[in-house]
Structure formats: structure tokens, C-alpha cells
Design a protein around this ligand. Sequence first.
Ligand SMILES: C[S@@+](CC[C@H](N)C(=O)[O-])C[C@H]1O[C@@H](n2cnc3c(N)ncnc32)[C@H](O)[C@@H]1O
Length: 198
Amino acid sequence: MLNKTLQQSYTLLSPLYDSVVALPTRIARQRSLAQLGDVQGMKILLCGIGTGLDIPYLPKGANYTGIDFTYAMLKRAKQPITTQDVNLHQGNVMQLPYPDHCFDVVIMHLILAVVPDSQKALDEATRVLAPNGKILILDKFLKPKQRAFVRRLLSPLISKIATRTDVVFEDLSHPTLTVVSNTAALANGWFRQILMKK
Ligand SMILES: C[S@@+](CC[C@H](N)C(=O)[O-])C[C@H]1O[C@@H](n2cnc3c(N)ncnc32)[C@H](O)[C@@H]1O
């Protein structure tokens, strides 16, 4: 279920993306990635890596792979401003082109609420995650039963061009995953920083 309209939209948004998103998300990104700790020798996947805004905050010592379905976003992630080498692949996070259990950590920053099927993206991240592996999530979620009338009303429209705004994190689950922490990150808790363990 690849959303071509979303891909076209991110192609158009790509030149503006960093100027709009980098500054407001910088501290939340740094906090989320600080949970990586010592990554020596680890294999780490960044799902929906986009223009690579996470790359400057990735600790050294791991083998990083980034995947995104929008070539124009990935092209920006390749620019030589990077502090870390990341292998970049074009592909779909709801159907990852990687074998089972091959990553120690999966980073899902601003992707789980973007894809049309968040559960499928979480299932795929879990599939490629090794036992005892971690998933780092930073995204916008509604709380269970939160009314958020405007966000629910707008979601069918803006989900086609940028992101869904009606995803409830607690509706997502996987039998092998445990939520270790779930804390407010930005915008009065609309954006949350979540750590899951397999
Ligand atoms: C809001 S941006 C987030 C980019 C980056 N993770 C960040 O934190 O800035 C969402 C990204 O997800 C990508 N994307 C959306 N749906 C995807 C899918 N099904 N598979 C792979 N990438 C996808 C878009 O191309 C875009 O680069």
C-alpha cells in the first residue's frame, strides 16, 4: 500500500523541509537519540530518514542504514554535511527490504504517524529488530479517547500531503514489544518520545 500522493508531496516539500522542521524538533531529536547510549558495533535502522535531520546527532561506532521512499528527501540526506556515514536506501517502511532480526535498534522519528498503516510499519520494524532490540519513536499521537476535533477532522486531508493527525499510539501494539517509556516531547505532549523494547 504505497501512497504515491504522499511521495509526490514530500518531493515538493523537500526543499523547504529542513527550514520548517529542523529547529522546532532539534531538542526533542537530541533527547530521543541520547537514549542510544553506547552503540559500538550495533546495526541501526532509521525508518523514513527523510533529509537526515537525525544524522548530526547519531553517536559514532554503529553501522547506520536509512530508508525512505522519497528520492528527493534522500538526496538531501546525502549532502556532505553529515557527521556519520549512513547507508541510504529507497524503499517502503511498511515492507522493509531487510531480513528478520538484523538490526539492534530501529529509529522511527516522524514516520509512524505519517504512513497510512502505522501498525504495519511497527510490525515491520519489529520483524527486522533483533531480540532485546529497541525502537525509538518520536511522533505526534492523540491520547486514547482524546477528542481533538480539529485534528481528527483534518487528518483525512493532510494525511495525503504530509502526516496523519489522528493516530493514537495506544492503538498500536505487538506481542513481542514492551513500552519502556512514553513521555511528552513537544507541543504540550502532542509529540511524544517513546521507547519500546523487544
Ligand atoms: C515527516 S518526514 C520525517 C523525516 C525524518 N524522519 C525526520 O525526523 O525529519 C516523513 C518521511 O517519511 C517518508 N515516508 C512516508 N511514507 C513512507 C513509506 N511508506 N516508506 C518510506 N518512507 C516514507 C517521507 O518521504 C518523508 O521523508
